[in-house]
Design a protein around this ligand. Structure first.
Ligand code: HEM
Length: 378
């Protein structure tokens, strides 16, 4: 039997690993595939740390920290809790819902623009531009700077999964430092971040800049992939597309099931602060622990017929946004963007087919699952 590989058949590879090596130790890395094991690791942030800069040589982490403070994604409590509390308000559904009309306008413009063509690359025309436009408006980037901002965003997107693009991050950092040093010209979230205060604690300039960069790195490509993956998945399950056209209330469930079935973020990592074990497999201090969220979301012990796309399944919990203290802060925004886009898509587009993407069309990344292009025929 040929063993499936992550690159060619990620979901078959996960199934093979869940059945044969649910916790697999290799060198100083440990790979975890079962839902409950991943849940336990993510719940135990005291032992399984996100603070990867602690593993670096002190000099190197000092140099990195000078320009871009470590973001919440790579901090443990108490620093993580303190920062997350300061920025949380900006991402709660109550705040995010204010953006709904503007997201709809952007989605309508992009979709109407597509309608004159017969074969459309949905990534280039819709799922890629929308999140960049939304986040730059939320942050309050001046209109004149949009082209520059888009170039950086493109460069960040193409570096994902291949390690951080430090040069681009430094350029963006300098740009944001320039913006926040002219406080009277600030608007949007950047302005809020400069003024927000809890118990006399304000964000430092470095923290503001690092958070703004994190939003670009963590929020754009992930949402692009969610939109593309949803359109691909409903093209393979057309009955739900027709149902959505008649009853938009099905759309949130279609998005949730796509998050489970084709999770935009397939894995995340922690490192062990001390010797421990996961379901009986030894884990040594400083081992890197790979958590396959995309495999948890197909775990047969949790989901009936996990390889079936079924927006009407009873069990809707999934791990596409992670779990525990680092649970995705952008989840309400990503969900809103995807729901609005799919509502407008199913309103303007009567029917469509998709040109089956080839293996090369899939994004070349160990972490992200999505497509560089997806052609739809209108
Ligand atoms: C964290 C997925 C969209 C901002 C996370 C994590 C996952 C994730 C799995 C947890 C990582 C870990 O525990 O190591 C996704 C997916 C998205 C999405 C699948 C789209 C479908 C967004 C958006 C934003 C965002 C739109 C912001 C605009 C963040 C931030 C964190 C995070 C700031 C770090 C939270 C923390 O460390 O406390 N995301 N994300 N994400 N996400 Fe998202």
């Amino acid at each position: 039997m040929n063993m499936p590989t992550y690159r060619d058949e990620p979901f078959k590879w996960y199934e093979f690993m869940r059945q044969n090596h649910p916790v697999f130790r290799y060198g100083n890395s440990v790979h975890v595939f079962k839902y409950n094991d991943i849940l336990n690791v993510l719940s135990n942030h005291r032992v399984f740390s996100s603070q990867f800069r602690d593993l670096l040589d002190e000099n190197l982490s000092g140099i990195l920290n000078e320009k871009i403070a470590p973001s919440i994604l790579i901090l443990d409590p108490p620093k993580h809790t303190e920062l997350r509390n300061l920025i949380n308000y900006a991402f709660v559904p109550k705040t995010i819902d204010n953006y709904e009309n503007r997201i709809r306008q952007i989605a309508d413009d992009l979709i109407i623009n597509m309608l004159t063509e017969k074969n459309v690359d949905i990534v280039a025309k819709l799922s890629y531009p929308l999140p960049v436009m939304v986040i730059s408006e939320i942050l309050g980037i001046p209109d004149n700077d949009m082209p520059l901002f888009k170039i950086w965003s493109d460069r960040l997107a193409s570096s994902l999964g291949r390690g951080p693009d430090i040069k681009t991050q430094y350029e963006i950092a300098d740009y944001f430092y320039g913006l926040i040093r002219k406080p009277d010209k600030l608007k949007g979230l950047l302005k809020d971040l400069c003024t927000v205060e809890i118990d006399g604690r304000k964000l430092t300039d470095q923290e503001i800049v690092s958070f703004a960069i994190l939003l670009l790195v963590a929020g754009n490509e992930t949402t692009t992939n969610l939109i593309t993956n949803t359109i691909l998945t409903i093209s393979e399950n057309k009955k739900y597309f027709y149902e959505m056209q008649n009853d938009a209330s099905l759309i949130p469930a279609v998005i949730e099931e796509t998050l489970r079935y084709r999770s935009p973020v397939q894995s995340t990592r922690r490192y062990a602060r001390e010797d421990t074990e996961i379901s009986g497999t030894e884990v040594l201090k400083n081992d890197i622990v790979f958590l396959y969220l995309g495999s948890a979301n197909r775990d047969e012990d949790i989901y009936k017929e996990p390889d079936l796309f079924d927006p009407k399944r009873n069990n809707k919990r999934h791990m596409a946004f992670g779990h525990g203290i680092h649970f995705c802060i952008g989840a309400p925004l990503a969900r809103l963007e995807a729901v609005v886009v799919l509502k407008e898509f199913s309103k303007f587009i009567k029917d469509f087919t998709v040109e089956k993407p080839s293996g090369d069309d899939r994004i070349d990344s160990d972490i992200m699952y999505g497509f560089k292009k997806l052609i739809i025929n209108l």
